[in-house]
Ligand binder design. Structure first.
Ligand code: SAH
Ligand code: SF4
Length: 384
């Protein structure tokens, strides 16, 4: 008999599940807290549940994490996990510690169907959507691992960004329950401002997110006009810039922050010229008559084999940022430390994520081979 993984449920779902078992609603809260706040996976640990319930649960449900294929620790505290999601697929999750926060970059799909030209995940193609439980499992594992690892009893992860593999708004039905677990006071208790969904612009789903579960929104823009954006983000053919920016304006009234973050990947000679900065200012400050309240985050392109693209020189990135700041839009640039930026949120290492490689690693692990540990360098946000 297949039993249910309780990581798949938000509190409402778990409550309905408990009711189907003939249990009172408050049992769901107890269970939920044990799982997410205490990291329990065995019902025996849940000492305040009635013995009869503890005995009943293993026959109908379980709490199962994702198998870890590898974990890489950097000297600066960044930790990267590669999780096995079956069928030779793997997804990556990155923890980025900073002085005042701990951010977890979470994946929503194995691969991605959008196929952006500058993205290694897009080049791999789409394998499948993650379930809500597989999205939550990344946070569950990371949070409880980190508490142990860092000897902390309270929360370590303060922010979640859906900027790992995949387009979260093309996996909406799993995304929303997963977000609700993150936001729930009985779950991870994260504020809406500290949970960010990043999207390449799935307009109808941006509207639904605003109604169902408004969290901070980042929109991957990458170009100031439709012709260029179409060549970089194929989804632009379906949802061109004017529609995308309209959707941003519709999102803002329900958003926890009063601005949208636009991400802009800096590609040498492609979208990084002064003319592009001028067009961007005109577009964002003029759209809808009053402009779109926003901030811009410039991401230096992280190269990967066969992309045929290069990162803009540092001076060009800084000049582009200066033009935007001078033009009145607060712009930050993601600073990189060292050349190897494989763990930078937004470009989760193409080599490790390659499905064939992931399958090879799984096979190696099964044969008992040691996992290679790589030092991972992180990028940091900084004002231009
Ligand atoms: N699919 C979503 C979220 C995942 S990608 C989206 O596209 O927004 C997270 C961010 O990383 C996006 O802004 C994306 O455009 C950016 N990104 C992807 N590949 C990159 C690369 N090679 N270098 C720098 N940024 C990249
Ligand atoms: Fe998918 Fe985002 Fe990569 Fe585009 S940038 S291919 S939407 S993961």
């Amino acid at each position: 008999m297949t039993t249910v993984n309780l990581l798949d449920f938000d509190l409402e779902g778990l409550t309905a599940f408990c009711e189907r078992l003939g249990e009172k609603r408050f049992r769901a809260v107890q269970l939920f807290r044990w799982i997410h706040q205490k990291g329990a996976s065995s019902f025996d640990q849940m000492t305040d549940l009635a013995r009869s319930l503890r005995e009943k649960l293993p026959g109908v449900c379980h709490v199962t994490a994702l198998p870890v294929l590898s974990r890489q620790d950097s000297a600066d505290g960044t930790i990267k996990w590669l999780f096995d999601v079956g069928g030779g697929n793997a997804v990556e999750t990155v923890f980025i510690p900073e002085d005042d926060r701990g951010t977890l970059c979470v994946s929503s799909q194995a691969g991605c169907a959008v196929g952006c030209r500058f993205c290694s995940t897009g080049h791999q193609g789409f394998s499948r959507n993650l379930t809500a439980g597989e999205i939550v499992a990344q946070l569950w594992h990371a949070e409880h691992f980190l508490r142990q690892h860092l000897c902390k009893s309270e929360r370590v992860i303060t922010n979640v960004v859906m900027m790992g593999m995949g387009e979260p708004l093309q996996n909406y039905n799993a995304l929303v329950p997963a977000l609700r677990v993150m936001l729930s006071d009985h779950g991870y208790g994260l504020s809406r401002r500290r949970v960010t969904v990043s999207t390449s612009g799935v307009v109808p789903m941006m509207d639904r997110l605003g109604q169902d579960c408004p969290v901070a929104l980042a929109v991957s823009l990458h170009a100031p006009n439709d012709v260029l954006r179409e060549s970089l983000v194929p989804l632009n053919r379906k949802y061109p810039l004017a529609e995308l920016l309209d959707a941003c304006l519709r999102y803002l009234p329900s958003a926890p922050r009063d601005f949208i973050t636009f991400e802009y990947c800096m590609l040498d000679g492609v979208n990084d010229q002064p003319e592009h900065a001028r067009q961007l200012l005109t577009l964002l400050k003029g759209h809808g008559g009053r402009g779109v309240p926003c901030k811009i985050n410039l991401i230096p392109f992280n190269p990967f084999p066969d992309s045929g693209l290069h990162c803009s020189p540092r001076a060009v990135v800084l000049q582009f940022g200066k033009m935007l700041n001078d033009g009145g839009i607060v712009t930050t640039v993601r600073k990189t430390r060292g050349d190897d930026i494989d763990a930078a949120c937004g470009q989760l290492a193409g080599d490790v994520l390659d499905r064939t490689n992931a399958a090879n690693r799984l096979a190696e692990r099964r044969r008992g081979a040691a996992q290679p540990i790589r030092i991972v360098k992180i990028s940091k946000e900084g004002q231009v």
